[in-house]
Design a protein around this ligand. Structure first.
Ligand code: F6P
Length: 369
């Protein structure tokens, strides 16, 4: 029987997403209402691994006052990193090279030393995989699913996704009029890593004429045909949404930066490739817009705020009920809990038989196949 909870810690890891501050606020308030103390870890686990970097210490007390008025703000007051996986930590070797080392025991020792009873880990696949490993080493952990990419399994959606899709949709709305005025093709590249959720949802909501997803290897000729068919109907402009992870049928994914010690590869550049090829093949003036990190900024939509607050409160309830090794998940109309090891390392792409994909087809949107 583990001891009753008195002190918990929370960390945010991976790329930031609108709604992180709302989760932190909910966790702090729900903990305080149970008489627990809550502590924030800076920058993933860096606050524990490199305390000397932080003026107020790498781990600091989160009071109600500290989280007042932050629920609607983008980013995370804790800071985050996607280069600080304690299981594969980039470490400078004596010969000057960088290699990955496992520093997870230092996290466990810190929790024991500071009498921290549990961890709420807010993050995407990488952070939840770390959370699962720490749980298996004996730490009480509850995960909260975050990512604009919406690529986590076992939850209907993650917070951050709705905000990203809403902003991308607004951008598409704005691009229609300028594309039409100039009779141009506008190619819009969106984030999403290896999943096409943002591209598909924003593309449908924003009335794109073609959407290229990582899940459907594309044939550029099919997009060329779509643009020409629109021209033939007197619709002289076209909008093409390209997921950063989209792949041509006889080509490869565009990598902006390769993976290195402690970090994944970064995608980017497919929008530019598609725009160049479309201009060559159709002879139409073509421009590319890369939305990139704009999709990660700004205030969370009300949907993401509510999801984040519900997730944060549910994480605290899970700990209160003695649960560990679980992730809070959205299973409309409620939240539920799923085992971390059912989520860790599994990516959820867009299912090709989904009605959303079918909706795109029924609307006449070209999916590149
Ligand atoms: O996972 C979120 C995400 O924004 C992806 O959509 C994108 O591929 C990646 O992170 C970008 O990472 P970075 O912040 O390192 O540029």
């Amino acid at each position: 029987m583990s001891r009753p909870i008195k002190r918990i810690a929370i960390c945010t890891g991976g790329g930031d997403a609108p709604g992180l501050n709302a989760v932190i606020r909910a966790v702090v308030i729900a903990s305080a209402n149970r008489g627990w103390e809550c502590y924030g870890i800076h920058d993933g686990f860096n606050g524990i691994l490199f305390p000397e970097r932080y003026l107020e210490g790498g781990v600091f007390r989160l009071t109600r006052e500290r989280v007042r008025g932050i629920g609607h703000l983008g980013g995370t007051i804790l800071g985050t990193t996607n280069k600080g996986n304690p299981l594969h930590f980039p470490t400078r070797m004596p010969d000057g090279s960088t290699a990955e080392t496992d520093r997870s025991d230092e996290i466990l020792e810190y929790f024991a030393r500071q009498e921290l009873d549990a961890l709420v880990s807010v993050g995407g696949d990488g952070s939840l995989t770390i959370a699962d490993a720490l749980h298996k080493k004996g730490l009480r952990v509850v995960g909260v699913p975050k990512t604009i990419d919406n690529d986590l399994d076992k939850t209907v959606t993650t917070f951050g996704f709705d905000t990203a899709v809403s902003f991308a949709t607004e951008c598409l709305d704005r691009l229609h009029s300028t594309a039409e005025s100039h009779q141009r093709v506008m190619v819009v590249e969106v984030m999403g890593r290896y999943a096409g959720w943002i591209a598909l949802h924003a593309g449908i909501a924003g009335n794109a004429h073609a959407i290229l997803l990582p899940e459907i290897a594309f044939d550029l000729e099919s997009v060329v045909r779509k643009v020409r068919a629109r021209d033939d109907e007197g619709r002289m402009h076209s909008l093409v949404v390209v997921a950063e992870g989209a792949v041509p049928q006889h080509g490869h994914m565009e990598v902006a930066a390769p993976a290195g010690a402690g970090h994944e590869q970064r995608l980017g550049g497919m929008g530019e490739q598609v725009a160049k090829a479309l201009q060559e093949r159709t002879g139409k003036d073509t421009r590319v817009v890369v939305l990139g990190h704009l999709l990660r900024g700004g205030s969370p939509t009300s949907f993401d705020r509510i999801a984040a607050l519900r997730f944060g409160a549910a994480a605290v309830r899970a700990l209160d009920q003695g649960l560990t090794g679980v992730m809070v998940a959205l299973a409309f109309p409620n939240v539920n809990y799923v085992a971390l090891d059912e989520v860790a390392g599994r990516m959820k792409g867009v299912p090709l038989d989904s009605d959303t994909v079918q909706t795109a087809r029924d609307l006449g949107i070209c999916l590149g196949d």
